[in-house]
Write a protein that binds this ligand. Structure first.
Ligand code: HAM
Length: 421
């Protein structure tokens, strides 16, 4: 029988590498937890219409990449391709926007699914940590989120990332720009698919990577020149606050993003060591999304950072995360009596909060010491019958190689104070 493999476009997180993913998730979450964001978890699938309406029918995410299916009960569902629509749906459903003061600030971490053409950095199953601040129109909130993502990346040791910033205008000024852009695009020599896009989603054409398209786009009207006074002022304030916080960003008039719900502030974190899949994270304001999914007007802003690509970015920069050894103490018993006694010691150590592991499977001393080494533990405790008869165990410092006897009834205390301080 053939063995199974992870499905195409997916991969498994396996120790020791998986520790990096945990560390990245924690590093991204830490500044959010420190800034008033509460943790939210939503289902891995939703009503397909939530994404169709929220993310937009004309986006690649909805039209090509969604894992949509009908359940046995006849429900039309989709695996979530992103988190924003779900989080807003959950906040509305729980009436969080009515329960306390606004904004409602939430963070999340989880798996997302897009049926994309797999390549390095682009997977069909990937993970994000995200944040959404729902129900307030305040440039300080946009700035806060960008500052917190910047802080998370810096704390991880990343340096070669850039922040691209743009404003996509609002429901007043964007349609005027859209008209002007459509007029310009209709005069270009474009293939049929792209021409169809002019009518559906003209701003996305600005993002077209093909050189012949980009060449024709020189001279295209820029949204910057069409922003209404309110959007211009708002954007100026976001930029001012970022500048005051010492966050370096680049203005990128062509940044449009692949989801339809954005208004005003949009941004992307890109990393230059990643090749074509360079966006490690992105987000922006989505002032109309709540109404699009049947809620009241709730201007909001958020981002999601890709955990997979953040790990790749760390590797590209050669950043080694400071991940402490999972195990501090490793117990090596010689003989059955020692096995029982040291297993008891390990249990006590764990209860005292010391990370401890044990040589299982009746290994001989040599193989057991090898396992102790491999565990990364700073200390090994070794005991045979003679040690136990003397009421002692041998304590070995794996770093210095020093070894000496310690009274059995004092070993938990001795190790706790060494490890926990
Ligand atoms: P997004 O730009 O589609 O935004 O995704 C955010 C990040 O998720 C990307 O920058 C990337 O790092 C990662 N990502 C996306 N697709 C893949 C993939 N196929 N493989 C690996 N990583 C991927 C959103 O999802 C919005 N919900 C962000 C947001 C939150 N906007 C407002 N609030």
């Amino acid at each position: 029988m053939s063995t199974f493999q992870a499905p195409k476009g997916t991969y498994d997180l396996i120790p020791p590498n998986s520790a990096k993913y945990l560390a990245v998730r924690e590093a991204i979450a830490a500044p959010l937890k420190n800034s008033g964001y509460g943790y939210i978890e939503t289902p891995g699938f939703e009503d397909v219409a939530l994404f169709a309406r929220g993310v937009g029918e004309s986006t690649d995410i909805v039209s090509k990449e969604m894992y949509a299916f009908e359940t046995k009960g006849g429900d039309q569902l989709a695996l979530r391709p992103e988190g924003t629509a779900s989080v807003l749906r959950a906040a509305l459903e729980a009436n969080l926007h009515k329960a306390g003061s606004l904004p409602v600030k939430l963070w999340y971490s989880g798996s997302y699914y897009r049926y994309e053409r797999p390549q390095k950095g682009r997977y069909r199953h990937f993970s994000q940590v995200g944040a959404e601040a729902i129900g307030a129109e305040d440039p300080a909130l946009d700035a806060e989120l960008i500052i917190l993502a910047d802080q998370a990346y810096r704390a991880l040791g990343l340096r070669q990332f850039r922040i691209l910033l743009n404003s996509l205008g609002c429901r007043e000024c964007r349609p005027v720009y859209r008209d002007a852009l459509q007029g310009f695009l209709r005069g270009l020599d474009l293939d049929e698919d792209t021409r169809a896009r002019i009518e559906l989603n003209p701003l996305r054409i600005l993002d077209d990577k093909r050189a012949d398209v980009q060449k024709q786009l020189v001279g295209a009207p820029l949204l910057r020149d069409y922003l209404c006074e309110a959007c211009r002022t708002y954007h100026g304030e976001v930029r001012g606050l970022l500048g005051a916080a010492g966050v370096v960003y680049e203005d990128d008039e062509k940044l449009v993003r692949g989801l339809d719900y954005y208004t005003r502030t949009t941004f992307e974190f890109v990393h230059d060591g990643l090749g074509s899949q360079s966006a490690v994270g992105g987000g922006g304001r989505y002032d109309g999304l709540s109404e699009m999914i049947g809620g009241p007007a709730l201007p909001s802003v958020g981002w999601a950072l890709g955990v997979d690509r953040t790990v790749l970015a760390l590797e590209a920069e050669g950043v080694e995360l400071d991940i402490p050894a999972a195990t501090s103490v490793f117990a090596v018993p010689i003989g059955d009596e020692a096995r029982r006694v040291l297993f008891g010691v390990v249990t006590e150590l764990r209860r005292a909060g010391v990370a401890a592991d044990f040589s299982y499977g009746g290994k001989g001393l040599k193989a057991a010491m090898k396992a102790a080494n491999r565990s990364g533990a700073r200390y090994a405790i070794v005991a045979g019958e003679r040690d136990l008869a003397d009421g002692k165990v041998q304590l070995k410092d794996m770093e210095s190689g020093e070894q000496g006897p310690v009274a059995l009834d004092a070993v938990v205390e001795a190790l706790s104070s060494r490890v926990l301080g």
